[in-house]
Design a protein around this ligand. Sequence first.
Ligand code: NAP
Length: 249
Amino acid sequence: MLQVLVKQSMSKTHLALVTGANRGIGLEIVRQLAARGVGTVLAARELDKGLAAAGQLKAQGLDVSVVTLDVSRAESIARAVAQVEGDFGPIDILVNNAAILIDGPGGFDASLFDLTPDTLRATFETNLIGPLELIRAVVPGMRRQRYGRVVNVSSAAGQLAHMGMGFPGYRMSKAALNALTCIAAAEVAQDGADIKINAVDPGWVRTDMGGRDAARSVEQGAETAVWLATLAADGPTGGFFRDKKSIAW
Ligand code: NAP
């Protein structure tokens, strides 16, 4: 796949990379970060979709750059991170937002007994291994500059405290993403640097994934992720948050 970085001039204090950002909550996270003056790179697995999304923001007076990034492909992650860092310098903020929910049939009622290994593998490739590889590609730069914010967009569906039936592959992938959050935060905390790694549950949000009946707007769904992405030095790390409040794993 062609790997492209479409640049806007970025003279901002911080640089953010947001995955799966051509629609839904990811696009809104990009919008809110750019509106706060953060230099933001909108990552999308298809360039056309990324450019169309950036065009929507441009019409609102917000300039963002676009990079092609398929989080399920290690070489795409490596190339995209190298391009962004090569052109703009170290990434200060990483938002692991891209995810898929492909359990089926039955949608949200999908049964564990219908889950195929291929569906589970594909779900983990995007929802867990992609974020892990991005953390491994980006956090070394954060450690060198002793500053960074990583936000893993998780879900209440991954909470062990409230684990139940329905869409099992997605649930397991988000529980694993929560574990990744704890492990990465604990390891990085040993440096004593200003690096925060947290997970967020956006709530049930009106997007292609959440559906039209969901309770929340994308603006509400993005709010806590943006808060975590821009935490002050005394902010939390290694936590799971909804509505800017700590929630159970
Ligand atoms: P969405 O509308 O389905 O959007 C998903 C985004 O991820 C799209 O931009 C999609 O790109 C991208 N994506 C999927 N696979 C990718 C890959 N391999 N590489 C790069 N990008 C990829 O979902 P959403 O509702 O905005 O969800 C955003 C995040 O919030 C996800 O982590 C989701 O699990 C979480 N979440 C959502 C809800 C909810 O109610 N909506 C609730 C809890 C948690 P394409 O356009 O190319 O497919």
